[in-house]
Design a binder for this molecule. Sequence first.
Ligand code: TSX
Ligand code: MN
Length: 664
Amino acid sequence: MPERHVSVCENDFYDDSLKHSNSSVGLPDSQTEKPKSNILLVPKSSIRVIYGDLGFLPKKVRHFVEEHARLCKPDTIHICDGSERENDLLLYVLQRDNILKRLHKFENCWLAKTDPADVARVERLTYISTHEERDTIPHTKNGARCQLGNWMNPEDMEQELNMRFPNCMKGRTMFVIPYSMGPVGSPLSKIGVQLTDSAYVVASMRIMTRIGSKVVEALGSGPFVKCLHSVGRPLPLTVKLHNNWPCDPKMLIVAHLPEKNEICSYGSSYGGNALLGKKCLALRIGSILGHREGWLAEHMLILGIENTKTKEKRYMVAAFPSACGKTNMAMMKPTLPHIKITCVGDDIAWMRFDDKGQLRAINPENGFFGVAPGTSHKTNPHAMDTIHKNTIFTNVAETSDGGVFWEGLEDEIPEGVKIKSWLGDDDWSPDSRDKTAAHPNSRFCTPASQCPILDPAWESPEGVPIDAIIFGGRRPAGVPLVFESFNWEHGVFIGASMRSEATAAAEHKAKVLMHDPFAMRPFFGYNFGEYLAHWLSFAENPKNKLPKIFHVNWFRKNKDGKFMWPGFGDNCRVLEWVMKRIKDENVAQKTPVGSVPKPGSLDLSGLDEKELDMETLMSTPSDFWENEINAIYKYFDEQVNDDLPSSIMKQLKDLESRVTGGGA
Ligand code: TSX
Ligand code: MN
């Protein structure tokens, strides 16, 4: 790519823009409501709009910008149009300020290193604020801490926000990002407007969502989610920054105010804390809107699967907790020659039953924000082919030839190339002081359009038809490779009972089974009991063609601790079986837990069948399941308590009687 990014002079550019811009934020005009208390009015023209024009924004957006400019007091305002010219300017500024470094090995690729204290979502400080606590979370039992979200009352929340946002953007530019989750103009899409004082956030939002003037046009006078984000470091600085990365982890908060259609995030610029379209809007606020409007916002990948022999094509969604390889599955390279997989999305699905009763899904995102470590040509070749241009990497290691490195790429780095770890050790080796070269939560942020197996219908405004819903988890024991639910209610129960092996905390190595219902535990926007009732309600409409529901487990281990299933591209064999079940082929047999493939019905051609113990891989040991059932009882009782729908409790009791042989 040309060096033109560097040749753009930021000051000239902004000064030049200013000549064409005559708007500014000052005293409220006649159409503006008087600002609420403790906002000091500033004289007209004290906050210059240096890019774009406030006058081109819909009145409601303009008022939102003006009100928050008066609150946060940025020096200047930049209204994003989403143009290439604008992106060049942002990349120039980010480079000049040593926040992004160009990776010369690739085309238009960039490396960001954060403050080591700002590297992940902070669930503990992520709140949903509603008048009624029970609208947000179930009442727990036995004094248990609620694992299904954090609630704060609106009065306390207002105080928390008032401690942070006034004057928080002093000396900085406030960017206004109009963005669409979902294709611009699709009836299934939602629009947000994010105010942020971070150019890194703008550059990332430009990849992960659709931004700019086309969104403003589509918005018109319609509703939008108000999103406010600040790094929490007004200028001049009062502390020394690490890696020039402004943040204030001590004051971090991610607040959702569904009753005001607002999201406020302070103190972090990292992914899910700061790119407010993704987890905050598309999942937490999205699930609330879906509950209200009769649709589903889910933490699911969407893929297409085609059998080129029978010419049949279907779409499926799948929900997995973290560390199960969801992005790998979304872009799977099948090992069966007659199976073709296409990718619609790797993280979020917005789904609704159309007027014919067909479930349809869109991917509200525009890019992939994937975990880098573990991604390689072996585990995910299509991701590797996606990220070699127009990508922002965060907290990965760099190589002396201007490339990137992370754990999992050991076999892919050229001879003689040196590795500089994310923490700055510039001759890193596996026995260096920095334990890993890349941070374990390091990311690539890359446009979906570059994925070589992107589905042709991935931006279809009506969504793709969904015929199977797959849940999954990392289960070392007891859980079969695949099983099918007996019906919709049983399937909802399977989603509610999901567990997955995870490292309990960064400092402990021990793996424990964590409950993660629907892989949504950190992302529920409202009471999980009501969420289950919402899922169950789709069975009440006789018009709805309910998709079949499955559970998969790629991670079962044998007595020697070895994985029993080859996984990765071989998972297409399981998906092909799912496809047969969609067509009601007689290839399933009942177990107490669900229906598993009949012997011989999974295509295992090309695999070393002597190495595969399919019987054990599909088994449902009753001692294991009795323990599992007890853990689910305890979880439902303590965490969901009175809000658990009775039919879900009945499903658990039915499972228990099937497992114990009808005794209970
Ligand atoms: O992503 C994974 N998938 C899904 C792929 C479509 N992973 C990686 C998980 C970490 C994010 C897997 N790991 C999968 C899997 O299906 N299966 C396993 C376990 C496994 C690991 C290695 C081997 C087999 C199974 N075999 C060899 O290494 C030779
Ligand atoms: Mn996710």
